[in-house]
Design a protein around this ligand. Sequence first.
Ligand code: MG
Length: 395
Amino acid sequence: MAESSSLHVTAIIAAGGTGRRLGAAVPKQLLEIGGQPILRRSVEAFLFHPRVTEVIVALPASLADAPPAWLRPARVVSGGATRQASVANAFDAVSDRCQVVLVHDAARPFVSAGTISRTIDAAVAHGAAIAALPVSDTVKRVADGDEAAVIVETLPRERIYLAQTPQAFRRDVLGEAVALGRGGVEATDEAALAERAGHHVHIVNGEPSNVKITTAADLEAARLRSTPVERRMAGRIGVGYDLHRLVEGRPLVLGGVRVPADRGAHGHSDADVVCHAVTDAVLGAARAGDIGQHFPDSDPRWKDASSIALLRAAVEIVRESGWTVENVDVVVVLERPKLAPFRSAIEDQVARALGVTSGAVSLKAKTNEGVDAVGRGEAIAAHAVALLSRLPTAD
Ligand code: MG
């Protein structure tokens, strides 16, 4: 909330309903999305907004008597039998210095700071404004009563907007709207009352993400959206790199395929840079360590193991934590020989070790244009990326 500001802005959060439409045992405003109650998200959007001076929350009497600790920075009032009555109760508690009042549905926990700012600005400029969305579907009006399924009219959708909250009013404008409501006029939002009171209510851009959580399906969709990225993500990618010196009298093994060459890779076992880079990419994507950690030279189990076997073991390790390989792309950097004749054989071998079809592995070869040790033919390097996806689970 603003420490000091020339404009005093009060936000009223309408959370007075005891609606259990969502079928839960607790009031819907206390249901959690991503570990946080819906009400807390809605209230904090205003508490943390730099232009909002005070926040008043209208709660059902049962909650208002013992509000949760996270509501402490806000003021709490008891709501009424209807939303309109709740807003009226909260309006009575607004500070004397207040100039602009925002009214927001507790059931819209994803309101953005930008939408809040736009409605404040428009209320200052025009006296009353609401966030709203243009419709993209064609809008039909149907007949009354028994003929309710029959279209009477197709409305020009350019002139139709769907009202969201916040709705913002100069204090005197909302005062008139509240008085009309107390006089018996019923409306589903404060803008309708302000319209009835003769004020021009302006529209500012709302946001599609500013959804109202009304049904169980809304809640489910909101929970999915706010699931931490690593749980929601369909895939994860990893990168791997390896380099070995080239020496005479050693075989050149790439992806488990022996490539005829005048020099081979120096190093432990077969010194297969393709398998080593792919192994690190696969392990890295699952955040499962690296090749040196799982298959140390010092361990007799791996002493003479082929690098293809290490790759197969790495795939097992990531499978155990719930991941499967989707595809792998490899770049080998060496001056000679040309790898083109061996390319599909290498791709096939790597794919077999990964447990994927050969179409899921791609291998490219580059030279280093004579630059540095690789360019002088003294070393061979490989880069790899791997994409993993979640193994299907029983739930
Ligand atoms: Mg290596």
